[in-house]
Write a protein that binds this ligand. Sequence first.
Ligand code: GLU
Length: 466
Amino acid sequence: MSSFDKIRTRIAPSPTGFLHLGTARTALYSWAYARHHGGEFVLRIEDTDVARSTQDSVDQIIAAMNWLGLSYDEGPIYQMQRLDRYQAVIEQLIASGRAYRCYATPEELTAMREAQKARGEKTLYDRRWRPEPGKTLPTPPEGVKPVIRFANPIEGDVTWDDIVKGSITINNREIDDLIIARADGVPTYNFAVVVDDWDMRISHVFRGDEHVNNTPWQINIFNALGAPLPSFGHLPIILGDDGLKLSKRRGAVSVMDYAANGYLPEGMLNYLARLGWSHGDDELFSAEQMVSWFDGSHLSKSPAQWDPAKLDWVNGHYVKHIDETRLAGLVVEQLAAKGVAVTVEEIQPKVGLFKDRCATVAALADWLAMYFVPVTPLADDLAAHITDAIRPALAALAEKLAALTEWNKTTLQQTLKETLAATGLKMPQLAVPVRVLVCGRAQTPSLDAVLEHFDKKKVLERLQSL
Ligand code: GLU
């Protein structure tokens, strides 16, 4: 920390798709760590894979960051706009003997690896183009553009104290002279990331633990550049509920898919926070609380398991507790996506009655749709509940309801009771068939409260539909 005057973290997604849940968690931790320390958080777009990077992905990543409320202080900074800078640093490394041009063809490299395998050796680049005292290099072939390789130290250990995993040591004999710029001049990830983290004064790097093996190279490059070393924290992967790595094939992995499916940013953020980090027994907390607690300790070393039921439980908490006008607005959006046009004014009075039983806004919208679009009761429900024995009672109820001049919970309750008294039925015997016909489902909150929000005409139509 002494080399840095401020805590600065970053998230550095490659814009080759949506914001993955794992990247979102890394972004959340990086953001919370910076905010906890009054530092800064940077968004960097690692777009050097030109063939796969798209502006659409950048837009989606930014939309997901905004949705989660992960505000960044700088960026987006695009690597492809920094090519001159990488080139200058490469020249500097070549001049100081820490990088060199390599003209080996893919065929030569394949042959080299085959020979190493045949000898039972590790397949590492054999440094054939690396200038060394007393060594005569081959003559550069005509018309071949070289790649640039970093002259990695040949001996010695690279050790760092990982924020998550503790001390990690890798011997330089295990790694080779990696390519830092391709023949077209575009830098590779391990090099660009170092120049960027250096230039952007990043003090703490959080990322997925698939990068642990890259870190020794990066540390060696930092050292070759005389750049201050950030601290590294490698977060374990997230496993799907089947114990395999969370992936697209095994369900939604895009943050914005969850937004579209009616999850709330508060719920998502709270759930992601707990996937690999804890603060005592706290399960439900706000972003502000997380920021006040997130000091880089209590990060889990073992993989986290994605648990849809827990996500629903956490999200359901926020569905219950957020402001009802906002909730109504989100329901309006959900219904609009299904082609049902409604207003916040129509929705708002109804959300309180159903929100406690909903894990997502989508589930709430499913409930409220019955007020606006025709319902289709299940055939099983119709067969079980709309019997010839009950039809006279339903007709009697419809008649009484038609005569009501005031339509509210009290008058509805009264009418239901009168119908029970007149027919000798018990409440469930009458209420369940009414629910099936009017609401399209056999279970609902208290029937008088549900009916109150309907138009009388609609209730009568549905009661008389069979
Ligand atoms: N672009 C890299 C990734 O998405 C960034 C890794 C890093 O944070 O250094 O995995």
